[in-house]
Design a protein around this ligand. Structure first.
Ligand SMILES: CC(C)(COP(=O)(O)OP(=O)(O)OC[C@H]1O[C@@H](n2cnc3c(N)ncnc32)[C@H](O)[C@@H]1OP(=O)(O)O)[C@@H](O)C(=O)NCCC(=O)NCCS
Length: 251
């Protein structure tokens, strides 16, 4: 490792540690204050105080979760930690775009573990991704923790990602990190357990079957159904696509 690389890695470690410490601490602060305040309100009698302590843990966690998604997204925006588009970086070079990407990944991972575990598929999970850089329409549901590089994602209204979908704006191949966008048109559905590569574009109401693989750079037609590994187009006019749109427009 060259001295320049060692310097970059040292700054990388210190900066991510300091930022995550501050973000985590500030997120805990309102929850902790709420908790101590609610405990102080009740007299210290037999079961009363322990009961209030126990009951206040869940609301305190909700306050923490909301604070964490906001502060974490704010911190990555302020620090400029994003995935650079059309990147192709050698891992061993440890250049700044790679380190910025790594800090973005770490920050996302902290929220994934502490908030996403309980809130995936909820509005809070989509909100976090939007705040963290994703372009996202209304009524987007993401029931997966394996979604990263949020600033490389562009989802239209009503997009649904099933459980355990793997979709991100990067891939690691042959010692290189490569990046690219993923665009899903309005009312696309990605079936559970599927993998979507970088530089994929899917037209409106495109349905990707469960356990399918969409290879990098693939263009998927609108109002079409794709299944398999790798995906192939199934020539049929799926009624499922229309059902999705109707349901959302009626809401
Ligand atoms: C892809 C999908 C939408 C197709 O539904 P559809 O339009 O009603 O079509 P069909 O079920 O009639 O299947 C059409 C063809 O694709 C095949 N197929 C369907 N889903 C498949 C899949 N996941 N993998 C491989 N082949 C599949 C069927 O065997 C059939 O093949 P055939 O024409 O040779 O007989 C549906 O099968 C699917 O996978 N949905 C995933 C839903 C999901 O996970 N949602 C996430 C939130 S829970």
């Amino acid at each position: 490792m060259t001295p320049a690389q060692a310097g970059r890695v040292a700054w990388f470690v210190v900066s991510i540690f300091v930022v995550e410490t501050v973000v985590f601490g500030l997120s805990v602060l309102p929850a902790f204050s709420f908790w101590t305040w609610s405990v102080a309100l009740v007299p210290d009698q037999w079961i009363l105080r322990p009961a209030v302590v126990a009951m206040s843990l869940l609301p305190a966690y909700l306050v923490f979760a909301f604070a964490l998604i906001g502060l974490s997204a704010l911190s990555t925006r302020i620090c400029g930690w994003r995935t650079a588009p059309n990147g192709a970086w050698k891992l061993r070079d440890l250049e700044w775009p790679l380190l910025d990407w790594s800090r973005y990944m770490i920050s996302t991972h902290v929220v994934r573990v502490l908030v996403g575990t309980f809130f995936r598929a909820s509005f809070l999970w989509s909100l976090y991704m939007r705040w963290n850089g994703a372009r996202m329409g209304r009524g987007v549901h993401i029931n997966s923790l394996s979604i990263s590089d949020h600033n490389m994602l562009d989802f239209g209204d009503g997009v649904v990602l099933g459980e355990n979908v793997h979709l991100s704006g990067h891939t690691v191949e042959g010692g290189m990190v490569k990046t690219g966008t993923v665009k899903l048109g309005r009312f696309c559905t990605v079936g559970l357990g599927s993998m979507v590569g970088i530089n994929v574009e899917a037209g409106e109401k495109c349905q990707i079957g469960a356990m399918s693989v969409v290879l990098k750079g693939t263009r998927l037609d609108a109002e079409s159904v794709y299944v398999g590994v790798p995906v192939r187009k199934v020539e049929r006019n799926s009624p499922a696509a229309q059902t999705v749109e109707t349901a959302l427009l009626d809401a």
